[in-house]
Ligand binder design. Structure first.
Ligand code: SF4
Ligand code: FES
Length: 315
């Protein structure tokens, strides 16, 4: 076991735990944002740098601070390590710079993007974004690509986090896409725009932290904060069958996997559950999905309940 202190909170974690996962064990606001790391995907992390932290004491044995900020998702804790995340001005300023860089090529199309309201980059930009860009050159542009009949790729929104590549590689039996090119010519590609069609390919939509991979069956159907999410399950021979159904009135407009507090899927679901079972009668409804109060998704849903005591006082 190793004792580590993150933003003045001490915790003991198993040897080999990354700083990010140690912070997640503590939870709350001290957890660094992670746009590329995904605990269920082997080798993920180390791409986006949003999780950088400052190590002010390396370990009990060697207390020297680390000379540069380190990626918390890729740096294991040492016994006696002391880490600063939001308590370090250097970390906050660097993170602001990283967000500015991620937004260099990212279009500001949140008003029409299906991911708006549940986009990690949008959330990060609220906390760390600047009002204006200093970038003067033309942004990269790409045509939209259909990856099969259910998924659409908007490469302009991609931040090259590799999550979808690892997902396709590790949980489907037939990876047919990857990242081609280098530097600002890098792009997610299926080589010959080949369909990604295997049982679990739809999960690349859920792991994408931005709106680069979208569900064509849900495109432009609604803003997520107007929908009503409920937990439901079915007896599925391929996956756990545990999903979230997103209702617009009586209609199920989208089915996704269930995400945990870190925004990661609890379990990967199959394409049949995701795309083919859109009738309420296909599912056993468990009840309303618990959504974080801070999320824009919970807006509009519970207002009447919250307002009732206030309204009762007035009338
Ligand atoms: S398409 Fe999405 S998941 Fe894939 S690399 Fe780009 S941002 Fe990451
Ligand atoms: S989450 Fe650590 S580098 Fe992306």
């Amino acid at each position: 076991m190793a004792k580590v202190t993150i933003d003045n909170i001490e915790i003991e974690v198993p040897d080999g735990t990354s700083i990010l996962n140690a912070a997640r064990m503590i939870g709350g606001d001290i957890v660094p944002p992670a746009m590329c790391y995904y605990s269920k995907l082997k080798d993920s992390g180390g791409k986006c740098r949003t999780c950088l932290v400052k190590v002010t004491k390396g370990s009990e044995k060697d207390p020297r601070p680390m000379p540069k900020l380190v990626a918390s998702c890729r740096t294991p804790v040492q016994d006696g390590m002391v880490v600063q995340n939001s308590t370090s001005q250097e970390v906050v300023e660097t993170r602001n710079g990283i967000v500015e860089m991620l937004l260099i090529n990212h279009p500001l199309d949140c008003p029409v993007c299906d991911q708006a309201g549940e986009c990690d980059l949008q959330n990060l930009a609220y906390d760390h974004g600047k009002e204006a860009t200093r970038y003067e050159f033309d942004r990269r542009t790409f045509d939209k690509i259909d990856i099969g009949d259910k998924i659409q790729l908007h490469m302009t929104r991609c931040i090259l986090c590799y999550r979808c590549v690892y997902t396709a590689d590790q949980i489907t039996n037939n990876r047919v896409h990857g990242i081609l090119g280098r530097g600002d010519a890098s792009e997610i590609s299926t080589y010959i725009e080949k369909a990604i069609d295997n049982d679990f390919s739809g999960n690349i939509i859920d792991v994408c932290p931005v709106g680069a991979l979208t569900d064509k069956t849900y495109r432009f159907k609604n803003r997520v904060w107007f929908t009503k999410p409920v937990d439901a399950h079915r007896d599925c021979p391929t996956c756990s069958g545990k999903v979230v159904m997103w209702y617009k009135g009586e209609e199920v407009i989208r089915i996704t996997g269930r995400k945990d507090v870190n925004g990661e899927l609890e379990e990967f679901i199959c394409n049949t559950c995701r795309f083919e079972k859109k009738a309420t009668s296909d599912w056993i409804i468990e009840g309303p999905r618990k959504i974080d109060d801070k999320s824009v998704i919970s807006q509009n849903h519970y207002l009447a309940d919250r307002m009732k005591p206030v309204i009762d006082k007035i009338v």
